[in-house]
Structures are given as C-alpha cells and as structure tokens.
Design a protein around this ligand. Structure first.
Ligand SMILES: O=c1ccn([C@@H]2O[C@H](COP(=O)(O)O)[C@@H](O)[C@H]2O)c(=O)[nH]1
Length: 270
C-alpha cells in the first residue's frame, strides 16, 4: 500500500487507529481453545468486528513465535485473511528486525514478499546498511524505532551523543539514507512532550504510536504535538481493545473499545 492510499483511508474512515493483535492464549475466551486454530479464530472475530473502526492492524510477531510453528501458521493465516478480505487495511509486522545487510534482505523478503505485510518494524542500532535493504522494497514501509514507549527508552535513546540526543541523531541520519521516503518511525504515546521536537526533524513522516490504553499514553496530547496536515499518525492500542472482555462477547466488547478511540479521532479530524 502506498502512503497516499493510507492517507485516503484515514480521511474516508475518519480514524487513524491501529489495532494490535497480540494474542495470548491465557487471555482469550476459553471456548475458543476448542477451535482448530484458536489464535486465528480470535483474530478473525476481532478483525470482522473492528475493521470499519481502524486503518491498520499490527500483530506483534513475538505473540506468534512463542507458539512455534503453530503460532507462525496462525500469523500467516491472519495476514492472508486481512489481505484477501480487507485489502484497504494497512498491515504492520511488529518484529523489530535488523542485522547485517544480507541478513536484513532475508528478513525483508520474509515479511514483505512471503507474508506480504505492508510494513515491518526495525531497530536502528546496526545502522544504515542494516536498514537500507528493507527500504529497497517499493510501496513497502520500514518503521524504525525512534523513541520507544517504555521506561528503558531513557537508558540510551535520550542520552546525548555528539551534542544531540541519540533519538534525534537516529531521525536526522536516517533521512539521508537511500529510499528514506519509505521510512516511518515508532514514537511512544507515553513520550508526548517530545513530539514537537520530533516534528521539527521529520515534519511529514508517519509515526506509529504505541502506548495509548494499557500503557497510559494520552491520545489528545499526541495529536496536539504530533499531527501533520496528512495526519501522519497511526495510534496503536493492543490489550486495551482486544481484551476488553474475556467472555463470549469479546469481539463486540473490542469493537466498543475501538469505537471510543475512533470517535475521539473523528472529533479531532473534524
Ligand atoms: O515503543 C514501543 C514499541 C512497540 N510497542 C509494542 O506495541 C504494542 C503495545 O501494546 P499495548 O497492549 O497497547 O500496550 C505491543 O505489541 C508492544 O510490543 C510498544 O508498546 N512500545
């Protein structure tokens, strides 16, 4: 999907919500455990109930890898279902990959070609040659960690290196890379006070913003300082939506929870 198509979807659906599909078998309704593929059954029900309220889904691959081959098959089925039934939805593999160049190319093939995700998250720590192989894929998006939502973000990301905070160095340097137009960035909703400075460096790039809901980030604050003319934000909530209920009504409860955020977004967009 192109960035233009993503912006069109945001404007049409009046939402920039991304729903995180972080499936934990201990948290899903127990009746689903009787299904042949409980993870896919859960995701399918959540997607069917919420697709009109969001523009993106983000399975975090850890929640699938934890269940071995079965988990990976559930991830495959989920992305295939999304691509076939809801092709207008932007898909994010939250895998936080990155390695020496030839290995990064294989990661990129896995997520962009084999699984056919629109985007994948990567870590910037190994630098230019670890990220550029992802950027080489046309109409695919590489979402690089910039300033993360967790407390550990202050261990390295905000430390001063050569007179500038490391996360700012990451943003500035990455702008010079080949195919940098295919970059988006992760900035945590819990770091709302940093968005104004971040926008000075990357005024137009899309930001994937996790941390609303279960981690306590505030949507209004993020939008106040992070929003661009083209919105430029994908706000993610995972647990706050998909585990709104652990009973048989889980899909409807997830939709209600998603609708609360979507209505807030709609009001901001109007
Ligand atoms: O800085 C980051 C980067 C990634 N994440 C991921 O986003 C979701 C958040 O889940 P919630 O349940 O809404 O808290 C999860 O997959 C994280 O691994 C993040 O939280 N912060």
């Amino acid at each position: 999907m192109t960035t233009k198509q993503l912006i069109e979807q945001i404007q049409k659906k009046k939402t920039f919500l991304c729903i995180g599909l972080d499936v934990d078998l201990n948290k899903i309704p127990q009746h689903l455990l009787k299904e042949e593929d409980p993870i896919f059954a859960f995701n399918k029900a959540i997607i069917d109930a919420t697709h009109h309220l969001c523009v993106a889904y983000k399975p975090n691959t850890a929640f699938y890898e934890a269940y071995g081959i079965k988990g990976w098959k559930s991830l495959e089925k989920t992305i295939k279902y999304l691509n076939e039934k809801y092709p207008e939805i932007f898909t994010i593999a939250d895998a936080k990959r990155g390695d020496i160049g030839n290995t990064s190319t294989m990661y990129a093939k896995a997520f962009f070609e084999d699984l056919a995700f629109d985007s994948v998250t990567v870590a910037p720590y190994m630098g230019k040659d670890s990220v550029e192989p992802f950027l080489a894929f046309k109409d695919k998006h590489t979402i690089m960690l910039a300033l993360t939502s967790n407390a550990g973000a202050f261990d390295f990301q905000t430390k001063t290196v050569d007179g500038k905070e490391l996360y700012k160095q990451v943003l500035e340097t990455s702008k010079t890379w080949t195919n940098a137009e295919n970059l988006m960035y992760v900035v945590g909703a819990t770091k709302a006070e940093y968005f104004a400075d971040i926008r000075k460096i990357i005024p137009n790039s899309f930001l994937l913003v996790p941390g609303v809901g279960a981690q306590g980030g505030n949507l209004q604050d993020v939008c106040k300082y992070g929003m661009t003319d083209n919105v430029g934000l994908l706000i993610n909530s995972s647990r706050g939506i998909i585990y709104a209920s652990q009973n048989e009504d889980f899909a409807e409860a997830a939709a209600k929870s998603a609708e609360i955020l979507q209505q807030e977004m709609k009001a901001i967009l109007e």
